[in-house]
Design a protein around this ligand. Structure first.
Ligand SMILES: Nc1nc2c(ncn2[C@@H]2O[C@H](COP(=O)(O)OP(=O)(O)OP(=O)(O)O)[C@@H](O)[C@H]2O)c(=O)[nH]1
Ligand SMILES: [Mg+2]
Length: 326
């Protein structure tokens, strides 16, 4: 039987107060491609509290090569954030290895997720290889979770080109480097990898190799900044020992404050949505779609200056401009 669609306004109110069933239902709705469901999802997103979506919470992307310790660090960060009284939601995109990744996160977080801690919410999402590696649902789902949680963390695997996706759809990107793996350093040097906002070498407990990687990363970063002028710190931590985790949480928070102080925070959220819209158009219509709407630069300028709309409603408008009479 096809499940009935929920009432979008009621669903939005329930999500805003972290009703877990409502949250699960909302995420399923955002994953539903049927036209009626898309309309309902657009109305649901429009009914979420705007101030939360524009300026509330902290949307963090954590990325890095397989096995670097993203899930372990996430588990450790959750403990720190919970101690600080923050409510946390996790979206694990395509947990790559059920043994080291998914299961580990599952084990560590079972206590939280089982309902013992009502202020932690975890959901995993298969990426289906579309949308350049990052599922199209990640952005709308992040918004739904931001309506209810102080921290929303999206975990994705990637090194090189791939992690760029998540960095374009979050406030702050954290790259987890694997000790003794020169890949990330080479990618950074060659400009293949965009500079993340925070870089952390995990597994500092193994000693020498981690220290060497950290110092190489620091040398590579030098005084380089990202497009906004932020200089990324390189840190080291051990998810296993729990060392360096408070400092990592502080570094992530510093980037958020830095954006807020410069009045860049809301602008960045708008840019994330514009990225999502353009990426979506490119995926569906190729360059033709973008050209129909005046080319990428003009489209970006238009979208980042447009009044706030839910991403789904905004996308449906763009589609009808590409194909006026579907
Ligand atoms: N020595 C040491 N091992 C660690 C540390 N953190 C994680 N590991 C180990 O590294 C392996 C991978 O950890 P995960 O947290 O699953 O890494 P991940 O980056 O989420 O992996 P994928 O999601 O599969 O890409 C596991 O065997 C962990 O036990 C650490 O701080 N020190
Ligand atoms: Mg993982």
């Amino acid at each position: 039987m096809i499940p009935a669609l929920p009432d979008p306004t009621t669903l939005a109110s329930a999500v805003s107060v972290r009703d877990r069933l409502a949250l699960a239902q909302a995420l399923n709705l955002l994953d539903d491609r049927r036209p009626a469901a898309r309309q309902c999802a657009a109305a649901f997103l429009d009914a979420l509290p705007v101030e939360r979506l524009d300026a509330g919470g902290h949307l963090i992307g954590i990325t890095g090569p397989p096995g670097a310790g993203k899930s372990s660090l996430t588990a450790a960060l959750i403990q720190v954030w919970r101690r600080r009284g923050l409510k946390v939601a996790i979206l694990a995109v395509d947990p790559s290895s059920p043994i080291s990744g998914g299961a580990l996160l599952g084990d560590r977080l079972r206590m939280h997720a089982s309902g013992a801690d009502r202020e932690v919410f975890i959901r995993s999402l298969a990426c289906r290889g579309e949308f350049g590696g990052l599922s199209a649902e990640v952005w709308p789902m992040s918004l739904a979770m931001l309506a209810a949680f102080d921290i929303v963390l999206v975990e994705t695997v990637g090194v090189g080109q791939k992690e760029i996706d998540v960095s374009k759809m979050t406030d702050t990107t954290c790259f987890v480097a694997q000790p003794a793996s020169g890949d990330s350093i080479q990618f950074l040097k060659a400009g293949i990898m965009e500079i993340p906002h925070v870089i952390v070498v995990n597994k500092e407990d193994i000693g020498m190799a981690a220290r060497k990687t950290l110092s190489e990363l620091k040398t590579t970063l030098g005084r380089r900044t990202d497009l906004d002028g932020w200089q990324a710190p390189a840190l080291s931590a051990s998810a296993a020992l729990g060392s360096g985790i408070d400092t990592l949480a502080d570094a992530l928070d510093s980037h958020r404050n830095w954006l807020l102080e410069r009045g860049q925070f809301t602008t960045r959220r708008q840019r994330c949505q514009a990225e999502w819209l353009v990426k979506h158009l490119r995926e569906e219509f190729g360059r033709y779609g973008i050209n129909r709407l005046g080319g990428e630069d003009a489209l970006f300028a238009e979208l980042t200056n447009a009044p706030r709309r839910s991403p789904i409603a905004a996308y449906e408008d763009l589609r009808t401009r590409v194909i006026p009479n579907p």
